[in-house]
Design a protein around this ligand. Structure first.
Ligand SMILES: NC(=O)c1ccc[n+]([C@@H]2O[C@H](COP(=O)([O-])OP(=O)(O)OC[C@H]3O[C@@H](n4cnc5c(N)ncnc54)[C@H](OP(=O)(O)O)[C@@H]3O)[C@@H](O)[C@H]2O)c1
Length: 300
């Protein structure tokens, strides 16, 4: 049996960890997990190589070594405000490194799957379909759109872009938290929190996104795919529904407006995705928020 070789970048990150979980025991797949520095997973029962995607030499060497059938690039600088403050590093990780990966994939005819974001849109009229016109507001969003453009305009057709929105879930030693875990923690402790009621998103269970990315590689799908949760709601509604699900009071929650936060980077007001293309082509069938919370509970 020909084993398909799949190389995943950013395997210490939230999405990376879920892709590894879903692939590591598959007999038909040879998996190479890579991330910057040490493998931070608790169970190290998979093949791991350290790979800093901003090193063109490292990228080229690892592609020569494994000649993967597919590469899934989940590695990125994902903190939106940090990207605004450190534009140079943001561009190196989110754009230049993508070019190195793309070039190396082209050389070995590897299918290249790259992750992007709802933030490529300005949020004036979400939910969005794949063919809608981007208009990024922040430096992070600009860098992600630039990475999409360099892939789409490269004359290499063995590529796919998976855009997603507010990804949540549990993981080992993650370098950043996520909205759902943060809100659940605050409601459990009844810590006072301010939550915006004027940003609308489609929260996405990390496992669902991982399944969608894997379906893209297995079908060798090409082009842009929107992979988010099925429902768009305000951040306040997300927190309220978490409270309702866990029977926790939301009296500690103060609804606020985005403008009062004075965040470094601008956020699009209303995103959300139309996911019909992924449902049809990839059989992508994401869970709603309550189903996702139930899934998370069963994990613990
Ligand atoms: N999370 C969201 O809400 C969201 C929304 C829209 C789009 N996305 C996109 O989805 C993708 C996956 O996001 P995620 O939630 O899994 O993010 P994440 O948890 O921040 O994971 C990203 C991983 O990339 C690693 N990384 C950073 N620089 C690297 C480098 N130079 N070489 C190799 N690895 C490097 C990070 O390492 P360290 O852990 O060591 O820092 C981190 O583990 C990203 O492309 C992101 O832009 C995410």
């Amino acid at each position: 049996m020909h084993k398909k070789t799949i190389l995943v970048t950013g395997s210490n990150g939230l999405l990376g960890q879920k892709i590894i979980n879903q692939l590591k025991n598959r007999k038909d797949i040879k998996l190479i997990a890579t991330s910057k520095g040490e493998n931070r997973r608790i169970e190290k029962d998979f093949n791991y190589e350290s790979l800093d995607i901003t090193s063109q030499t490292e990228v080229e060497e690892i592609l020569v070594k494994y000649k993967p059938d597919s590469v899934i690039n989940t590695a990125a600088m994902t903190n939106v405000d940090a990207c605004e403050d450190d534009k140079e590093n943001c561009w190196k990780i989110n754009v230049d490194a993508v070019e190195y990966l793309l070039k190396a994939c082209k050389k070995h005819n590897s299918h290249f799957v790259h992750l992007s974001t709802d933030f490529v849109f300005d949020g004036e009229d979400g939910p969005y379909k794949e063919t809608d016109v981007p208009n990024p507001l922040s430096y992070y969003a600009k860098s992600k759109l630039a990475s999409e453009e360099l892939i789409l305009e490269s004359n290499y057709e063995n590529i796919a872009i998976a855009r997603t929105i507010i990804v949540f879930g549990n993981g080992d030693n993650l370098s950043r938290g996520n909205l759902v875990l943060w809100a659940k923690g605050a409601l459990e402790k009844q810590s006072p929190i301010n939550v915006v009621d004027d940003q609308f998103r489609a929260p996405t269970l990390a496992e669902d996104l991982a399944s969608g990315c894997i379906a893209i590689t297995e079908k060798n799908a090409t082009g842009i795919y929107h992979l988010s949760g099925p429902e768009t709601m305000s951040i306040l509604e997300i927190v309220e529904r978490i409270g309702k699900f866990y029977k926790l009071s939301t009296d500690c929650v103060t609804p606020i407006k985005t403008a009062t936060l004075n965040q470094t980077a601008a956020r699009p007001p209303r995103t959300g995705f139309i996911i019909d293309k992924a449902r049809k082509d990839l059989k992508y069938n994401p869970k709603n928020l309550e189903e996702s919370l139930e899934y998370l509970d069963n994990q613990i």
